[in-house]
Design a binder for this molecule. Structure first.
Ligand SMILES: C[S@@+](CC[C@H](N)C(=O)[O-])C[C@H]1O[C@@H](n2cnc3c(N)ncnc32)[C@H](O)[C@@H]1O
Length: 275
């Protein structure tokens, strides 16, 4: 018989983990009750339900598509900030951009992808870096994709709280590219227009994406099992030009990546160069 764990019945806990895995690919280990509770209680309240167990009953009974999506989205971790892992941006500035400028002199076109862009800081950091490097007149396409529609909505607005601009964004860039808007900071239209945000699940086929000169896929593979990781890395490779860069999170490493990428150390950053 199922034992009762604080708040969530054991079988409901299993059901929720399976639900999140099926919808997002995210593997949540045993012992993450607190995480489900903090993330799902707002949905429980919004729906006027009494508990997470009632929410599970609703999900099981009707399949409740909208609620099912909401639950999956609530379990994603959207943590991000401007110029996260600065050494990677430094590698882009000093090594990749000079190379790309030379190779693409004729078309003056550059293409980038922030896969798992969350609330947009990664894609916008790159856009600002490109402007700082004098590439404002080039045809630049930056695509940001994420599974989480709420995060993408925020990314599109380009409006950030004081605490968010305090994290990683150099003060001169705040002055140059943002203006005060009430208690928030609004990113200017020049930077916003450089990035298109779209819904995207990394587990889907990427055949229509690319070709890109650089893909960020940072701090997201850690949530997947090794089979999913491998599939995603292979697909990402297919979206890059030969010699294009894949950047993973600073603390991430992926086994079996060598089939598609060559690891290179640039300053303090590790970059994966498409074979
Ligand atoms: C921790 S954030 C990383 C944000 C940014 N890349 C960074 O490194 O700062 C992880 C993001 O991955 C997204 N995500 C999780 N599962 C996903 C999936 N299957 N497909 C696309 N995005 C996913 C989440 O919604 C979340 O916004």
């Amino acid at each position: 018989m199922a034992t009762e764990l604080p708040g969530i019945h054991t079988d409901n806990y299993r059901f929720l983990r399976e639900h999140v895995y099926a919808r997002t690919g995210i593997v949540l280990d045993e012992g993450k009750h607190y995480l489900f509770e903090t993330r799902l209680l707002p949905i429980v309240r919004e729906l006027g339900l009494a508990s997470i167990n009632d929410l599970c009953f609703l999900l099981r009974k009707s399949g409740a598509t909208e609620v099912s999506r909401q639950v999956a989205e609530a379990m994603t971790t959207n943590e991000t900030y401007f110029f996260r892992d600065p050494c990677q941006y430094e590698a882009i500035r000093t090594i990749l951009l000079p190379r790309l400028i030379k190779v693409n002199e004729n078309t003056r076109t550059l293409r980038f992808w922030s896969a798992a862009s969350s609330t947009g800081q990664e894609a916008y950091s790159l856009a600002m870096l490109l402007l700082e490097e004098g590439l404002g007149s080039w045809k630049i396409r930056i695509v940001g994709t994420d599974f989480c529609s709420a995060a993408l909505e925020r990314a599109r607005r380009g409006s950030y709280q004081q605490i968010e601009v305090n994290r990683g964004l150099p003060a001169p860039m705040l002055v140059r590219y943002f203006r005060r808007s009430g208690v928030n900071w609004q990113l200017n239209d020049t930077v916003r227009r450089m990035v298109d945000f779209e819904i995207g699940d990394l587990r889907d086929s990427m055949q229509t994406m690319g070709p890109f000169d650089l893909v960020f896929c940072r701090n997201v593979l850690i949530y997947f099992d090794s089979e999913t990781k491998r599939k995603i890395v292979g697909e990402l490779h297919g979206t890059l030009v030969r010699g294009g860069w894949l950047l993973l999170g600073g603390a991430e490493s992926v086994f079996e990546i060598d089939e598609w990428f060559e690891r290179e150390t640039v300053g303090s950053a590790t970059v994966y160069v498409a074979r």
